[in-house]
Ligand binder design. Structure first.
Ligand SMILES: *Cc1c(COP(=O)(O)O)cnc(C)c1O
Length: 245
């Protein structure tokens, strides 16, 4: 599955080049923002790409990978582990209650807790199969269009309190996707304000997961500590039907 043939070797070199370019752009964005590169973690969003790509990325030093659909993620996590590579799986997609058990089995972090029923289901899934607490982020809806995922501002605090009281979860921070018709600066400024308000009740919730291929530089300027890059790193996706937020 890995670089045992020419195609594999070619793909690894392609990913090596993309990664080098991405690293330069992250470094420049950090410099402009007066931030340290070590304060911004890169998550490679590998949805629609094969397990072999994840193996290449791990070999190239990117062990944090993101997926948005449980079925695909579970199969890929198993294939990558079988190939002998250790990746940390970040679940970044819309969660359904009946997927929580499966996600709790492989996730290193869940970025998309956005309603009480999901916090409850994820907590019991973790408590029944893991000894550690699962780090989770609250996904915030910035435009209050919660049908596209994310919690509305008035519910930030109750949901945070629920997660803080859940024995299987650890509130690590917040995540958001910039609404399509908003300037990224407005979106990530709004996210930063809500993140700092939440830190008043949850000082340990320091992660801000924000920024995708098209807007990660702005996200870094507004304090993102995790950026989630798909296309910029892996190339074009053939993913009609994959909702991004
Ligand atoms: C697909 C996806 C990304 C990556 O998007 P790109 O534009 O390809 O960088 C980031 N976050 C979430 C939640 C996604 O679903």
């Amino acid at each position: 599955m890995t670089a045992g043939n020419d195609d594999g070797a070619r793909r690894r070199e392609e990913l090596r080049g993309n990664l080098a370019q991405v690293r330069v752009e992250i470094a420049e964005a950090c410099r402009r923002a007066g931030r340290r590169e070590s304060d911004v973690e890169l998550i490679a969003v590998t949805k629609t790409f094969p397990a072999a790509d994840v193996c290449h990325l791990v070999a190239l030093g990117v062990a944090d990978v993101g997926e948005n659909r449980d079925q695909e993620a579970a199969a890929k996590a198993e294939a990558v582990a079988t190939a002998g590579f250790e990746a940390r799986w970040h679940f970044v997609g819309r969660l359904q209650r009946n997927k929580c058990r499966s996600v709790a089995g492989y996730a290193h972090m869940v970025h998309s807790v956005d309603r009480p029923a999901i916090a409850t289901a994820l907590n019991s899934a973790v408590e029944s199969q893991r000894d550690d607490r699962l780090p989770v982020l609250l996904q915030l809806s910035l435009d209050e269009d919660t049908a596209r995922g994310g919690v509305a501002e008035s519910e930030d605090q109750p949901l945070a309190e629920q997660v803080m009281g859940a024995g299987g979860l650890r509130l690590a921070g917040v995540m958001a996707v910039a609404p399509r018709d908003w300037e990224p600066a407005k979106a990530f400024d709004c996210l930063a304000v809500r993140a700092s308000r939440l830190r008043q009740i949850a000082p340990e919730a320091t992660v801000v997961s924000a920024g995708m291929s098209g807007d990660f530089e702005t996200a870094i300027a507004y304090g993102a500590t995790m950026i989630r890059l798909g296309g910029k790193l892996l190339g074009r996706r053939h993913d009609v039907g994959y909702p991004v937020g």
